[in-house]
Design a protein around this ligand. Structure first.
Ligand SMILES: [Ca+2]
Length: 314
């Protein structure tokens, strides 16, 4: 494990968020020994009202490769703050200082780029994790700025319920396609930290581990070319009904193992464990409101120790 495990036990409630999501952070290539950052309490509770159901209507242009057609209805997934059924290890994080600090301790606003495909993009009525993560960050009072060239959900719909809607989640794109645009996006946004959830469409297109390793390595390289000390959180992708994403999981483990280094971390964040494509997606691929909330909790747990200098403690 590296960098994300030694959270300080601060007043802001990431541990309770983390707990219910049952996620195990899998920070590959680790050097820092440390506790398991899984707490136990209750689930994330974003304040703002989540949008009701999806605006069913539209056929999602650019449906992701091999994604099964519809089926579920994301509406009604709103249940308040129930336990998503995780299986928290129940270990409270140790209280040493976390390793990486994208703030550099200088108190500057931390610029965070949500980077991915439709799972990051979200759509009307079925927002991605970004909404809930943004709510958690805002509620906590963290000095962060979500960044990216987009600020709508698919298909170009405003999302006023998300406090900071900026992102680089590109509907239907594969990793190599994202890489094509990333140079310009990273140049404009200069992120200190990136939340990368990529590879689902590549797996859908039949890419193997080698190709995905190469492409995800390129993603990291492009980000670093603009932000040399960027912290990259690489998600083990949520499983889809059509594929458990094993290829993607192998790829991110290898990328982190090779590219993680002090001062420019590449950490694996396990979005896959406990995520059930039947229960947590509305079409076998895209998260329901509950699935999105769950993903936000996983990101939050990984982010918390990294943002120790940017979020208030009590
Ligand atoms: Ca922003």
């Amino acid at each position: 494990m590296g960098g994300v495990e030694g959270s300080t036990r601060s007043g802001w409630s990431w541990s309770r968020v983390a707990a219910a999501t049952g996620m195990a952070l899998l920070a590959a290539a680790c050097s820092d020994p440390g506790g398991d950052a899984v707490g136990e309490e209750s689930a994330p509770e974003p304040t703002a009202d989540e949008a009701a159901g999806p605006e069913s209507g539209g056929d999602p242009a650019g449906e992701q490769a091999a994604g099964p057609e519809s089926g579920g209805d994301p509406a009604g997934e709103q249940a308040a703050s129930e336990d998503p059924g995780g299986d928290p290890a129940g270990e409270q994080a140790a209280s040493e200082d976390p390793g990486g600090d994208p703030t550099g301790g200088n108190g500057a606003t931390v610029r965070i780029m949500p980077l991915g495909d439709s799972i990051t993009h979200g759509r009307a009525g079925a927002p991605s994790y970004r909404r809930f993560l943004s709510l958690l960050l805002t509620e906590t009072g963290c000095d962060v700025d979500l960044v990216g060239s987009l600020d709508t959900v698919h298909p170009g719909v405003a999302d006023p319920a998300t406090p900071d809607p900026d992102h680089e989640g590109h509907w239907a794109l594969t990793t190599d396609q994202v890489n094509t645009g990333l140079d310009a996006w990273a140049e404009a946004a200069r992120p200190d930290l990136a939340l990368v959830h990529l590879g689902t469409n590549d797996v859908g297109a039949g890419d193997g581990v080698d190709m995905l390793v190469e492409e995800l390595s390129q993603t990291v390289a492009i980000l670093r070319s603009h932000s040399p000390e960027i912290t990259v959180l690489l998600a083990r992708a949520i499983p889809a009904a059509f594929d458990p994403m094993t290829v993607q999981h192998l790829a991110v483990a290898m990328v982190a193992m090779v590219l993680d280094r002090p001062g420019a971390r590449v950490l694996v964040v396990d979005q896959a464990s406990g995520f059930d494509p039947v229960e947590h997606t509305y079409d076998g691929l895209h998260p329901t409101v509950e699935g999105s909330r769950r993903m936000a909790g996983v990101w939050w747990q990984a982010l918390a120790p990294l943002l120790a200098g940017a979020c208030p403690t009590d």
